[in-house]
Design a protein around this ligand. Structure first.
Ligand SMILES: [Zn+2]
Length: 144
């Protein structure tokens, strides 16, 4: 099975350590995700690609109990739909990213989160479509 990204230009691909692709304004330095062609703050059009940090802190979350409107949602619906957690993760104080979360339990505001790629659905070609999500960084573990 081949893994393919859910969309081009959302995260670096292929990559062992994927990064979300945002944009940074040449005028006021605001960072956006996803990328935008003009700045939402100052309307400057000098937006440069800007790779976002892989880690951030959980800002808010909820549980998606039913399939979102489609499009843009292109995942399982009906009986195949499984509720999942969604939230905002703040990356290095630069930008808050709306994202799927890998779990709904054990979350708390401000906890450190890390970007991962997760299976999303299987497309018509039989390939595994992956999308991005954030997962809580596990405990530091015991010992060293
Ligand atoms: Zn700007």
């Amino acid at each position: 099975m081949v893994r393919v990204p859910v969309a081009e230009g959302v995260f670096t691909w292929p990559s062992d350590e994927p990064r979300l692709i945002g944009s940074r304004c040449g005028g006021c330095a605001i960072v956006t995700f996803p990328t935008q062609n003009s700045c939402p703050r100052c309307a400057c059009t000098e937006m440069a690609e800007h790779l976002l940090p892989r880690r951030g802190r959980l800002w808010a979350w909820t549980t998606q109990e039913f399939p979102p409107p489609s499009p843009p949602y292109a995942g399982p619906t009906g009986d195949a739909f499984i509720p999942y957690a969604v939230g905002y993760v703040e990356l290095a104080g630069e930008v808050r990213v709306e994202t799927r979360l890998t779990q709904a339990e054990g979350l708390r505001t401000g906890m450190e989160m890390e970007l991962v790629l997760v299976p999303f659905r299987t497309n018509d070609d039989g390939n595994e479509v992956v999308t991005f999500a954030f997962r809580p960084l596990g405990g530091a573990g015991s010992g060293g």
